[in-house]
Design a protein around this ligand. Structure first.
Ligand code: GRG
Length: 295
């Protein structure tokens, strides 16, 4: 676990540096949107998705620059989703990663543009030749990220989350919502590693099983943290789901049931790694980490 913490910290530093380099401040009125993009992406965060991507790519000995480009692109999409999710029209949150949200620091219009800018830039990064010399691989990465982020993925999940039916979802409905809203980007982390690494069909399938189980465990842990965590630990408002009357895994399964389900999913995720080449110890430890985390 100490090794995992060290490696995650190193990845967080690396991703922060790379985002900072790519989002260099500019002068003039356009500079405001870049500043807001920086505020929405250089504000801490676990950088879990880039970590999963870099670790998945490492299994196949993918050159670091290629994996880093894909990891930064994925984190840009994740950060855009947080900036937009916090807007008054969505979750209306004042606090993210322990700091005022982007629309609070700037204004709603700037936060919308900052999210748009991060989302768009992600695809520009994937399209760079440095991401992979083979255009077909770059296209596969672009198509995968578009599918994971768009209406069939995260955006679709967010739509369900905002729908009038949200309060009455049953366990299957909550699972579908979370698989789209949170799960698809986590899956993409492992998918991108497999695509960059030229994984076989069975290796890619095993990594996908790993990511699906980890993603669901992550969301169940998020529901548990919403009930049991503090705003100070989380860096965002605690007990937010109950305040919004949202149906959650904890509401459906109870605290003990949700914790048991999350642990079963960790075991399932770790089991699937036996079908994957290379040293999977850190990925296995990451699965355990997502349910043990405090923020
Ligand atoms: C606006 C299209 C659009 C989508 C928003 C992901 C998302 C969809 C909203 C985030 C709302 C939320 C708190 C979801 C719970 C799970 C989650 C994605 C938490 C944030 O991810 P972490 O814990 O955050 O990886 P850090 O800050 O560590 O990156």
């Amino acid at each position: 676990m100490v090794e995992l913490a060290r490696q995650m910290e190193e990845t967080a530093d690396l991703i922060g540096r790379e985002l900072g380099r790519r989002l260099a401040a500019v002068s003039g009125p356009r500079g405001r949107v870049i500043d807001a993009m920086r505020a929405g992406s250089l504000n801490g965060g676990k950088r879990l998705r880039p970590f999963l991507l870099l670790q998945s790519a490492a299994l196949f000995e993918v050159p670091p620059r290629r994996a880093l480009n894909a990891a930064v692109a994925l984190e840009m999409v994740h950060c855009y989703s947080l900036v937009h999710d916090d807007l008054p029209a969505m979750d209306d949150s004042d606090l993210r990663r322990g700091q005022p949200t982007v629309h609070k620091r700037y204004d709603d219009a700037t936060a919308i543009l900052a999210g748009d800018g991060l989302l768009t830039e992600a695809f520009a990064v994937l399209a760079e030749e440095a991401t992979h010399p083979d255009p077909a691989v770059r296209c596969a990465l672009v198509a995968g990220l578009a599918s994971a982020s768009g209406a069939a993925g995260m955006v679709g999940g967010q739509m369900i989350d905002l729908s009038p039916q949200r309060a009455d979802l049953d366990l299957a409905g909550i699972t579908e919502l979370q698989a789209l809203k949170t799960g698809r980007l986590i899956e993409y982390a492992c998918e991108a590693g497999a695509v960059l690494g030229g994984a076989s069909k069975s290796e890619a399938a095993a990594l996908l099983t790993f990511a699906r189980a980890l993603g669901l465990a992550f969301q169940i842990a998020d529901d548990l943290l919403d009930v049991e965590g503090t705003t100070a630990d989380l860096g965002k408002p605690a007990q937010a789901d109950a305040a919004l009357g949202k149906a959650t895994f904890v509401g459906q399964l109870g605290v003990a049931g949700a914790r048991k389900r999350a642990q079963d999913l960790v075991a399932e995720a770790q089991q699937s790694l036996t079908q994957v080449p290379g040293d999977t110890a850190l990925l296995g430890a990451t699965a355990a980490f997502v349910v043990e985390r405090r923020s």
